[in-house]
Write a protein that binds this ligand. Structure first.
Ligand SMILES: *Cc1c(COP(=O)(O)O)cnc(C)c1O
Length: 429
């Protein structure tokens, strides 16, 4: 019995399902989840001492690799000053100012502790600002686990085939209107069917929770026009793609300005941090300035802020990082395509910079339906094939792979080779 198996048995006695976030449990790919003990760069080491090339990167934050020395040093330094004051600190303004400089759509920003909090607070703010109750969510986009978002929510929820969580009231669900991703006409029809009732449209401008799905040409622009016409708050949930596809996220990459942006993951450098920000006029509605309440005991925690600030500063000061991430992403894409083509497989591969996913048995994936019609059994086999060859992909066909700056070309080659070997092995049967 491996130590991971041992630990998983014990974990299940005291933690529901043995994990603190469902996708970690390997339910959708089968087998026992791997328990980890340490990581450096893009290599994670499990409790049995086995190394893996990491394509999760803590779902984003490890964009410069695990234990990035400046981040480790910043943490060591700040830990001596206390772990939390629960009172204002200078570093909170440093972080806020830097975010406003980096993300074009953000003029003011409020820190929270997770992406979930960022998204749910952004919706509350949009409702307060417009004095309307409904909002539009795009199918397959994930915005955290707040009640109003657990409706056609992609990855974790989709993996378990129950996009509507039990425990969410019908009253809550009725205010969440759903349109397919990349379908401007469907969004327009929803708005017309609910005149003056829609507070916000929230979406991942590059979807990352049903695999990676970029916006089709004109989609973001079209949403912007609809929001302007109907006085709707446009919210980009950049918890995953923010600071990853460009230092200013989707706003910078596609040139479309949302009214609010939700942030998370990379922003904390691996500490529990989220944030939401946007137009000054809208942000002024937040307590204590305005009537929309929002708060957090550990929000803007000094250790977390030091960690995030160090990472963001480096991302801001080194444009080369994004050029390099694009190159590495393109290299991995090319390698995987060659392997799949050699094996004469049907697949769709989407990539935006260092976010990449492949769906088997389909030729194109532009929305949640497409992602669902892919062959997830085949993905499972590839997942386990590469896992035993020391490659750690996200344990679900609905997730994205993340490349970091520490993925050397030889590690990328090893990954491509492992996919090839896994497919050869599958052919033997
Ligand atoms: C991860 C994620 C969230 C939720 O963030 P948590 O920190 O897990 O609460 C929200 N939106 C998107 C796009 C995400 O990828």
């Amino acid at each position: 019995m491996s130590r991971s198996e041992d630990l998983f048995e014990r974990a299940q006695l005291f933690i529901p399902g043995g994990v603190n976030s469902p996708v970690r449990a390997f339910k959708s790919v089968g087998g026992t989840p791997v328990f980890f003990q340490s990581a450096k760069g893009s290599i994670m080491t499990d409790v049995d001492g086995i190394d893996y090339i990491d394509y999760i990167g803590s779902w984003g934050p490890m964009i410069l690799g695990h234990c990035h020395p400046p981040v480790v040093n910043a943490l060591k330094k700040s830990i001596n000053n206390t772990t939390s004051f629960g009172a204002p600190t200078e570093i909170e303004t440093d972080v806020a100012q830097l975010i406003c400089e980096m993300v074009p759509a953000v003029e003011k920003v409020r820190m929270v502790n997770s992406g979930t909090e960022a998204c749910m607070s952004a919706i509350r703010l949009a409702r307060g600002y417009t004095d309307r109750e409904k909002f539009i969510k795009l199918e397959g986009c994930y915005h955290g686990h707040a009640d109003q978002f657990l409706i056609k929510a992609g990855s974790g929820a989709a993996t378990f085939g129950e996009p509507d969580s039990s425990g969410v009231t019908r009253g809550t669900a009725k205010d969440t209107l759903i349109a397919p991703y990349n379908d401007l006409l469907a969004v327009k029809q929803l708005i017309e069917a609910n005149p003056n009732e829609i507070a916000a449209i929230i979406l991942e401008p590059v979807a990352g929770n049903m695999g990676c799905i970029p916006p089709v040409k004109g989609f973001l622009e079209g949403l912007r026009v609809l929001c302007d016409t109907h006085r709707i708050v446009l919210i980009f949930d950049e918890v995953m793609c923010g600071f990853r596809i460009a230092k200013g996220g989707a706003t910078e990459l596609y040139g479309v300005m949302p009214d609010l942006v939700a942030m998370g993951k990379i922003i904390g450098g691996g500490m529990p941090v989220g944030a939401f920000g946007g137009k000054r006029e809208i942000m002024a509605m937040l307590a204590p300035e305005g009537p929309v309440y929002q708060a957090g005991t550990l929000s803007g925690n000094p250790i977390a802020m030091n960690c995030g600030l160090t990472l963001l500063k480096e991302l801001n000061a080194t444009p080369n990082i994004y050029i390099e991430l694009e190159k590495k992403g393109a290299y991995l894409e090319k390698g995987i395509r060659e392997v799949f083509d050699n094996h004469e497989l049907t697949y769709a591969l989407n990539r935006v910079g260092s976010m990449l996913s492949f769906h088997m048995g389909v030729t194109q994936v532009t929305n949640f339906n497409d992602a669902c019609s892919a062959d997830s059994e085949f993905f499972k086999k590839i997942f386990h094939g590469v896992l035993k060859r020391g490659i750690y992909f996200a344990p679900s066909a609905f997730e994205t792979l993340f490349v970091s700056i520490t993925h050397s070309y030889s590690l990328l080659d090893r990954t491509i080779h492992a996919i090839d070997e896994s497919l050869k092995e599958l052919r033997v049967f």
